[in-house]
Design a protein around this ligand. Structure first.
Ligand code: SF4
Ligand code: SF4
Length: 327
C-alpha cells in the first residue's frame, strides 16, 4: 500500500476553472503524483462517493476544495471532506469568498428561480415547471440537492485551514501552496497563501499616479482609451488594486483591463469591497454636492463592482435574509 500522503481535489459551486488551473500544472503534476497519492479528483479520475465515505476520518493529508456552497450537496460534500482530511485548502475566489456565484446574494432565491425557469427571454416553460426536491419517475424516487437561498464561502460552512485566492489561482502560487502546506514547516493555520500587500504595490502603472489623486469623473473602461502605462483609477476607471491582495502577477492589468478584485482582501483586512469604497471616497473631487451625487450615480452597480468576487464575506449589498433563505 502507498505510503505517500493522500490528497483529495474536489469542486463545489464553481465553473471548474480552478480544476483546470490544477491540470495546467502540466509536468509539475507528475512531481505531485510522486509525492502524493491523489485519491479523489472527479475532474480527472474515476471517483465514487462511497470510497470517500468508507475512508477513516482524518485519513487524507489535504483536501483542496474549490467552489462556493450553494446547495445541500455542496454542504454535505464539504462536511464529508472536512471529516476525512487533516487539512483543508480553500482554492480560488469562490471557495475563499463566494466568488462570482456570490453575486446571487444580491437577489432573493424566488426571484432567481423565477428568472431561470420562466422570465428569462430564452426560456420556454409554459407549464411553469419548477425543480422538486424529489419526484417519482417510472415508480422510482429521484432526489435533487436543495438550492439554498444564500451563497456561502467555504469557511462559512466548514473550518478551513488555508486560503488560496484567485480566479483561478495562478499555477505557481498553487504549486507553492501545496508544497508549503504538506511541507516540514507549514504556514500558520488560517493563512492566505498570497503576498500580504495590495496589488497596487507591484503594479507598474503605480508610478504614473499623481502625488495627489483627484477624480472628477467616474468612467467605464469602454468610455475612454487609456495608455497601457497609466493608472486606471487616476483616470476615473474603477480598479480594485488598492484593496486587492497581490499575487496574480497583474494579469488583467497586463491586458489593459482594470483589476476586479479576484484575490480578495489583503490579509488582516476583512472586507476588500468596503475597504475599496472607503479608499475611493477621499479621491473623489466633485465641484459641489450635486456633482458628488452625480459621480456616485455613475457607478452603475457599486456592490457588484466592489464585491464582484467577495459578496458572501462582505457587508455590502446584503439582501435581507428571510427564514427560508437561512434554512
Ligand atoms: S489602481 Fe489599478 S492601475 Fe492603478 S496602480 Fe493600482 S492596480 Fe495599478
Ligand atoms: S488583476 Fe485583479 S481581477 Fe485580475 S487576476 Fe489580478 S487580482 Fe484578479
Amino acid at each position: 500500500m502507498s505510503k505517500r500522503p493522500k490528497i483529495a481535489i474536489y469542486w463545489l459551486g464553481a465553473c471548474g476553472g480552478c480544476d483546470s488551473a490544477l491540470l495546467d500544472l502540466g509536468e509539475s503534476l507528475l512531481e505531485l503524483a510522486e509525492k502524493f497519492e491523489v485519491v479523489i479528483w472527479p475532474a480527472a479520475l474515476d471517483f465514487k462517493h462511497d470510497r470517500l465515505r468508507k475512508m477513516p476520518d482524518n485519513s487524507l493529508a489535504l483536501a483542496i476544495i474549490s467552489g462556493c456552497v450553494r446547495n445541500s450537496d455542496h454542504k454535505a460534500m464539504a462536511e464529508l471532506l472536512r471529516a476525512k482530511s487533516r487539512l483543508v485548502l480553500a482554492c480560488g475566489a469562490c471557495a475563499c469568498f463566494g466568488g462570482i456565484p456570490g453575486l446571487a446574494n444580491l437577489r432573493p432565491r424566488d426571484e432567481i428561480i423565477e428568472w431561470v425557469y420562466s422570465a428569462s427571454p430564452t426560456v420556454t416553460n409554459p407549464e411553469g415547471v419548477r425543480p422538486e426536491l424529489s419526484c417519482d419517475v417510472n415508480g422510482e424516487q429521484l432526489t435533487m440537492p436543495e438550492f439554498y437561498g444564500h451563497v456561502y464561502a467555504l469557511n462559512q460552512a466548514i473550518k478551513v485551514d488555508y486560503f488560496l485566492p484567485g480566479c483561478p489561482p495562478p499555477i505557481d502560487l498553487l504549486l507553492d501552496a501545496i508544497k508549503k502546506i504538506v511541507g516540514k514547516k507549514p504556514p500558520q493555520r488560517g493563512s492566505t497563501l498570497a503576498p500580504a500587500k495590495p496589488l497596487c504595490d507591484s503594479c507598474p502603472r503605480n508610478r504614473s499616479k499623481p502625488a495627489r489623486m483627484a477624480i472628477t469623473k467616474i468612467r467605464r473602461a469602454h468610455e475612454t482609451v487609456i495608455d497601457p502605462g497609466e493608472c486606471f483609477l487616476a483616470h476615473g476607471i474603477i480598479c480594485l488594486g488598492p484593496a486587492t491582495c497581490d499575487g496574480c502577477g497583474g494579469s488583467c492589468l497586463a491586458v489593459n483591463a482594470p483589476c476586479r478584485g479576484c484575490f480578495g482582501a489583503v490579509e488582516g483586512v476583512r472586507d476588500s469591497g468596503a475597504r475599496f469604497l472607503a479608499s475611493l471616497a477621499p479621491l473623489l473631487a466633485p465641484e459641489d454636492e450635486a456633482g458628488l451625487r452625480a459621480m456616485i450615480d455613475e457607478i452603475a452597480d457599486a456592490a457588484g463592482y466592489a464585491c464582484r468576487f467577495t459578496q458572501p464575506v462582505s457587508i455590502l449589498g446584503e439582501k435581507e435574509l428571510t427564514e427560508k433563505d437561512r434554512e
